[in-house]
Design a binder for this molecule. Structure first.
Ligand code: PLP
Length: 470
């Protein structure tokens, strides 16, 4: 299968190439040239099928023969063996016709594990086959760093470095990054803000000498492999609830639009999805866009749901591409409007395209806390605040005649203070995830200085220092 850029002037790539490059060189995002289609019969066969089997069906449709079946199977099995639930992503009923899809049973208790675990296996395989190495560098305000360092810890061909603002991530999140105990996993506390960390990543990609010296790469949410992996659970959840013989709706706590875009992909592949509901916190740019047809940036507000404190929802560009009839010149113009004046107007037909399938709503912080308390009192269910934002929005979705599945994106134990405040309940990290608390924390505190961080990465990465792990 060929992969094309949403902005139309980057080379057409194979699956393997698209996975390794992440962002296209024209600034666009890679998407498959066409969406694979599954028949109703095939979707019906997913009922009662183990998660990894469904994952194989979906993922192999995108890999399209570039990786041998037996090998792909093995990677998928290994990736999801790290999850601490036999269903991998269990469905829990919380109301008469509402369910929660728990995506947080992976090693770092975050839904990011679902995609990172398989992405690491795929990338390492491709690199090993090509005799190449990479250095992944990223900035994290919490969940992504832990999930990535954990997923890539055993990769032969990859060293991983994540910067986080010193003192500004939670204890659970910091320990997840600092107690891995693998030679290729590096947590860097920066004496600065998250924005400082992010600016340094950008500057490293612009520093061609450094970029080439370490073969710099990223695994941010625009990587096609992450979206692909997230498509799987829409199929498993819908099949369990009766697809293809009845339609299902989903509500998704949204930040970068990766998770909910995966639902759109599932729909294009033939899954009967009625509504996809975008749930946001006070950073409600997507809700406003759906309402007004105009995507207008504003300031990021810091909330109790940090993973949704985002103004630029990168993956929205993939939806936009389809919404404008896959005309890359339109996408390019809208994206340059966004860059130059901080907003763009969706063409009317594109606005209609988006609102035909998507709804949106937002929940304020008081509403989120109230919802956490209500859900707990009603059904004994402890939701993390991100999940609660979506549960609140789901409840307000009008004319809901189909079963509603809300995606639960973090384990409540990742936000114990908020959970306690809302429900009076103490929630602790599950035993299997606390094991590593005994490991010593290993982290490097570095000043907010590009040259200092680059020197550290060159020294510690096997590729930059010329050390060979073999
Ligand atoms: C990353 C994340 C989200 C947002 O997902 P997107 O794919 O960026 O929309 C929501 N909740 C939690 C807990 C997350 O970690």
């Amino acid at each position: 299968m060929d992969y094309i850029s949403t902005r139309g002037s980057a080379p057409i790539l194979t699956f393997k190439e698209a996975l390794l490059v992440g962002l296209a060189e024209d600034g666009g995002l890679y998407v498959p040239q066409h969406w694979p289609k599954f028949s109703a019969k095939k979707i019906r066969s997913f009922r009662g099928m183990p998660y990894t089997d469904v994952a194989f069906h979906i993922i192999s449709a995108f890999v399209d023969g570039e990786i041998e079946d037996a090998l792909l199977r093995k990677m998928i099995d290994e990736a999801y063996a790290t999850f601490h639930h036999p269903a991998v992503v269990p469905l829990v009923q919380t109301g008469a016709d509402s369910w929660v899809l728990e995506l947080f049973h992976g090693p770092t208790l975050a839904f990011k594990d679902v995609a990172m675990q398989i992405l690491a296996k795929l990338m390492d395989h491709i690199l090993t086959e090509q005799g190449r190495r990479l250095t992944i560098v990223g900035a994290t305000s919490g969940d992504t760093g832990g999930a990535a360092l954990e997923a890539f810890k055993d990769c032969e061909g990859i060293d991983t470095f994540f910067m986080f603002p010193s003192g500004k991530v939670s204890d659970v999140q910091r320990r997840q990054m600092t107690t891995i105990g693998a030679a290729n996993a590096h947590a860097i506390a920066i004496d600065g803000s998250f924005d400082d960390c992010q600016s340094m990543v950008k500057a490293m990609f612009a520093d061609h000498g450094f970029r080439d010296a370490v073969q710099l790469s990223a695994v941010n949410s625009i990587n096609w492999g992450r979206v692909m992996a997230q498509t799987v659970y829409y199929f498993t959840a819908a099949a369990a609830l009766g697809a293809p013989d009845r339609d299902i709706s989903f509500t998704v706590p949204t930040g970068n639009f990766g998770d909910i875009f995966a639902g759109y992909v599932a729909k294009q592949m033939g899954l009967g999805i009625d509504r996809l509901v975008i749930a946001t916190n006070e950073n409600d740019i997507l809700s406003r866009t759906l309402l007004s047809g105009s995507y207008t940036l504003s300031e990021v507000e810091v909330t109790i749901t940090p993973s949704m404190d985002i103004q630029i929802s990168s993956n929205f560009e993939r939806l936009l591409f389809d919404a404008v009839g896959r005309d890359p010149s339109v996408v390019k113009n809208l994206m340059s409007d966004l860059k130059n004046k901080g907003d763009y107007a969706l063409p009317e037909s594109a606005h209609r395209f988006v609102t035909e399938l998507f709804s949106a709503g937002s929940a304020s912080q008081p509403q989120t806390l109230e919802m956490m308390g209500e859900v707990y009192n009603r059904s004994g269910y402890l939701a993390d605040p991100h999940t609660a934002v979506a549960m609140r929005v789901a409840e307000q979705a009008v004319d809901q005649t189909t079963p509603m599945v809300t995606l639960a994106t973090a384990h409540p134990a990742k936000f114990p203070d908020t959970v306690y405040k809302a429900t009076g309940q103490s929630v602790s990290v599950p035993d299997w995830a606390t094991q590593r608390a005994q490991n010593p924390e290993i982290l490097s505190l570095i000043e907010n200085d590009l040259a200092a961080v680059e020197a550290f990465i060159i020294d510690k990465s096997r590729i930059g220092s010329g050390r060979n792990a073999d």
